[in-house]
Each structure stands twice: as structure tokens, then as C-alpha cells.
Design a protein around this ligand. Structure first.
Ligand SMILES: C[S@@+](CC[C@H](N)C(=O)[O-])C[C@H]1O[C@@H](n2cnc3c(N)ncnc32)[C@H](O)[C@@H]1O
Length: 397
């Protein structure tokens, strides 16, 4: 029997497209910092024992002074792997060139169907994703970008008025601050948080996730792209200026990320998209050894009291209405849930809550409630590996 949570035809097609996805390549890391006065070994290994504020000021220096445009990145770990969908490309064509030139993202955390919502971009940089989100939320929505680097914010602010005239309304604001302490953002006030290749740069990732959870409304979502490793790196590498600046040294071991996310309340993290990062530079290969890195877009819903640690079966059915622009025929919730328009799909309690009780609720009809429990939801695959998971699954369907 086919597992109900995964192997429909659309999922199979999606999985084969995942297999064909291009890798992100990291090359020429040794060129990332031109410091001829330092020995090669010093340049590569850096100094250990830095505190969080030192790491943060090195990151600020890197994005405020070292890099002028995307082409100055000497690796492409901070480069988006896939072309965004047509609707997003059409909006990008209207974004001012200087904003685009300073784009350093690694994914496409730009959900559609978000008209009228309040979006917060953590580590917005020069603002590319805010500019796109500004159009996606429309005149009744709002976008707030937060970044700690003044030079990045200056560019984001500089072009905001011109962009407002282009699209016909102004709904963006930019705040200087750190994403570990979102003091200017009230609790329970944000519908969607986006972030693109930033959390890995934070020296205090649990604080970032705690703050994200705090500021989201019930039913809000942290929808973000970042870099993860397949293991914990030695401390020297996690503090290495080049590796950190290029979004690799600070990458969390993915299982640690999942632990932190669950601990702060994001009980059932879902992978939407991922691409392995190829490491080609010989010195970098020597440094990271067998460690592998992946760019992943995660979806973390704030649904307190509704997400369980395992997928439970309450006989609930979800139907997608086909109302999200750019997703008229089907909607991809995550890497193993593709909802065809109008086709009833049996879902576990967690998935029912994600599509029925979140900001997505107006785009779905969910029938059934939790009054009758039919046991563990019968899915047999783990969420991110596509490999069979003996004895059921941990929050994957
Ligand atoms: C790789 S760039 C990505 C920028 C933007 N998201 C984009 O896609 O172009 C990282 C950005 O995060 C900001 N950043 C890094 N750590 C931060 C922190 N702890 N608090 C606020 N901003 C931070 C940097 O200033 C920089 O602008």
C-alpha cells in the first residue's frame, strides 16, 4: 500500500525535480579576504575565542564594508539556487538596480497569497525581499525590514520612495537593530517573518528563534531560507571570519536547528525546498573536511496548542481552493505535501492546523476536527530525507 502522506503522482514529480535541482557551488574561498600581510594559514584558520559581539561586528564589517555588490562574494553559498517563479521575477524587474546589486540571499522566501498581511524581514540587507514583499502584500499590507548594518539599510531606504511611486503606494519601513532583540516589534503583531541567509550569521540563534516566535501572531509563520550543516563544526571554524562571512562557518547542524525550533514552540518544522552546497575550493575542503552544507527553506508555523510532536490522525481532510496567485492549480505546503486544487487530501492534525488555522486558512477548506482520534497518522517517510522511517514519523505528515 502506498503511504498516503507522500506518494501521489504530483509528489513523485516534485521529488524528481528536487533530485534534478542544481547544487550551489562554493569556490575560490581563499580569495574571499585579500590580506596579503597575513600568512596563508592565519588567513584561513583565523583566531579562536571570539565573543558574540566580536563575531557580530565582523559580520557587520563584512556586509557594510568588504562587500560592495553580489559579485564581490567569493563563494556562492549566499546565492539563490533556483530562479524564482514568474510572478516574483515580474516584480523583481521593477526593483531598483542598486537594491538588486546588493542582494546576498540563498533562497526565495517569498510566499504568495499574502495580500493585506504584515511581513517582517530579518536581516533585510539592502531590502530586495522587502521590495518584493511590498508588492505581494499590496496597499493594505505592510513590510518591515530589520538589519544591523547601516550601509545596507541606507540603500534599502534610499530607493523606497521611488519604488513607492512605481507600484503606487508606500508600505515599507526599515529599522536598524539586531534580530536577537526585536525590541521595536510588539509581541503577536506579525503575520509572516521572512529571512534570507541571515540566521546562520547570528552568534545567538536560539534568541533569534525565540524573538521570531514572540513577534508572530497566532497562525503566523517564519518562512525562511538559510544554510545548514550535516554536523557540528569545530569552534575555530564557527568563529572563522571568512567562513562565517560567507554563511558557512555559522551554519547550524540541521538537527540542532530542529531541536532549537521545537524548544521555542515551532513544534513541527517543515522543509519546503533544499539544495546541497558544493564545496570546491581546496583550502575550504581541507578546513571543513567531510562536513556537507545545504541551503534549506523552512516553514515554521506558530500554532500554540495545535501542533503535536507526532503526526496524529483525526480523519481530517483539506481541500485547496486554488486562490493563491502563482499557484492556481496546486499548492506546495512542503516537500511532501502538494495540494491539487479541489482535490480532497487526508491530512494529519498538524497539517490540518497549518493550512486551516494559519494565514493560509482563507485558501483552504478543512473538514473534520479533533473530536475522534484514529491513532498515529499512517505515514512512513521522514520529512527531509525521503527515506523510510521505521515505526511511523516524527511530525512529517
Ligand atoms: C547574507 S546578507 C543577506 C541580506 C538579505 N537578506 C538579502 O537577501 O540580500 C546578511 C544580512 O544580515 C545582516 N545581519 C547579520 N547578522 C545580523 C544580526 N544579528 N542582526 C541584524 N542583522 C544581521 C547583515 O547586516 C546583512 O545585511
Amino acid at each position: 500500500m502506498q503511504p498516503r502522506c507522500r506518494l501521489n503522482a504530483a509528489d513523485a514529480a516534485h521529488q524528481s525535480s528536487q533530485a534534478a535541482r542544481p547544487h550551489i557551488t562554493v569556490f575560490s574561498l581563499s580569495l574571499a579576504f585579500n590580506t596579503p600581510q597575513r600568512s596563508r594559514t592565519q588567513g584561513i584558520m583565523g583566531a579562536g575565542g571570539k565573543d558574540a559581539s566580536q563575531i557580530q561586528s565582523e559580520v557587520k564589517e563584512y556586509y557594510g564594508e568588504t562587500l560592495a555588490t553580489t559579485s564581490d562574494l567569493k563563494t556562492n553559498a549566499c546565492c539563490t539556487m533556483n530562479a524564482p517563479p514568474k510572478e516574483i521575477r515580474d516584480i523583481l524587474a521593477k526593483v531598483p538596480p542598486e537594491v538588486i546589486a546588493k542582494y546576498y540571499g540563498c533562497g526565495s522566501p517569498l510566499p504568495q497569497g499574502i495580500e493585506g498581511l504584515h511581513v517582517l524581514d530579518l536581516g533585510c540587507g539592502s531590502g530586495r525581499d522587502c521590495y518584493v514583499a511590498s508588492k505581494l502584500v499590496g496597499p493594505t499590507g505592510r513590510v518591515t525590514g530589520v538589519d544591523m548594518t547601516p550601509q545596507q539599510l541606507e540603500v534599502a531606504r534610499k530607493h523606497a520612495d521611488e519604488y513607492a511611486s512605481t507600484i503606487g503606494y508606500a508600505n515599507m519601513s526599515f529599522v536598524q537593530g539586531t534580530i536577537e532583540n526585536l525590541e521595536s516589534i510588539p509581541s503577536d503583531s506579525i503575520d509572516i517573518i521572512i529571512s534570507n541567509c541571515v540566521v546562520n550569521l547570528s552568534p545567538d540563534k536560539p534568541a533569534v528563534l525565540r524573538e521570531a516566535y514572540r513577534v508572530l501572531r497566532h497562525g503566523g509563520e517564519f518562512y525562511f531560507s538559510d544554510v545548514y550543516g550535516d554536523r557540528r563544526l569545530p569552534k575555530a571554524l564557527t568563529q572563522h571570519k571568512i567562513l562565517v562571512g560567507e554563511c558557512i562557518g555559522g551554519a547550524l547542524y540541521e538537527q540542532d536547528f530542529l531541536r532549537i525550533a521545537r524548544r521555542v514552540g515551532f513544534e513541527d518544522p517543515r522543509v519546503l525546498d533544499s539544495a546541497p552546497i558544493d564545496v570546491k575550493d581546496p583550502q575550504l575542503i581541507e578546513l571543513v573536511g567531510e562536513a556537507k552544507f545545504t541551503s534549506v527553506t523552512y516553514r515554521l508555523f506558530k500554532l500554540p496548542g495545535l501542533l503535536e510532536s507526532l503526526c496524529e490522525d483525526y480523519g481530517q481532510v483539506a481541500v485547496y481552493k486554488g486562490t493563491i496567485p502563482g499557484h492556481r492549480h496546486a499548492y506546495q505546503l512542503d516537500d511532501h505535501h502538494r495540494f491539487e486544487k479541489g482535490r480532497p487530501m487526508l491530512v494529519c492534525g498538524n497539517s490540518a492546523a497549518m493550512v486551516g488555522d494559519s494565514w493560509l486558512g482563507k485558501h483552504f477548506v478543512v473538514t473534520g476536527d479533533r473530536s475522534t482520534h484514529f491513532g498515529l497518522f499512517p505515514c512512513h517517510f521522514s520529512p527531509s530525507t525521503d527515506t523510510p522511517t521505521p515505526g511511523g514519523c516524527a511530525s512529517c505528515c
